[in-house]
Design a protein around this ligand. Sequence first.
Ligand code: ADP
Ligand code: MG
Length: 206
Amino acid sequence: MPVAPRAYARRVRAARLPAHKTLEGFDFAFQPSMPERLLRELAGLSFLETATNLIFLGPPGVGKTHLASALAAQTLDAGHSVLLTTLGGLAEALDGSPSPTAWRHRLRRYVLTRVLVIDEVGYTRLTAEQAHALFELVTARYEKGAILLTSNTSFAEWGALLGNEVLASALLDRLLHHAEGITISGASYRMKDRAALRTTPGAVAS
Ligand code: ADP
Ligand code: MG
């Protein structure tokens, strides 16, 4: 069924993807640790039906946000809703509220979207209240809606991240039960561009 252009445009705006990224635009030759076959398979979007979480792990600049955004864009193209947030943004959005009803209402946005992308897990340490909010969210989406998550932090550090080892282990239990881990190791693409700048004659700022 053709997607109404206005409805599509509305979903694209609501998704808050930081930039238009595609799998075609990803240079797999630059990042040999990233199996292209797996990404092509994920682009078939079966993870939507099985509510399988996709966890992109690796150091900065290796393409975690790029690949998560590309799959999110694919999800939009297939007619579904997407919402991308950083963990910091999510924590702020769910931090305190005038009333429990208003808080539940805020949480709903993150629960009901077909795909939730939580970017940049690891940069922000959560308060006790924020950690509980994240736990509620992951629990509410468990076996219902896929989460795409990017992180530079190993799971062992999630206790420190959430300030609560018991909560972190219960959260990871749910998050990882139906999940595909995609670990990218290798050089930062951002550094590649910077190195090219340094070695290009005349490119150095005067
Ligand atoms: P991360 O989220 O892992 O820190 P990003 O996905 O933000 O990294 O990537 C940094 C920048 O480099 C982005 O502009 C992204 O599009 C680009 N990039 C990263 N890896 C690749 C790649 N293999 N091919 C093409 N562009 C890439
Ligand atoms: Mg990123």
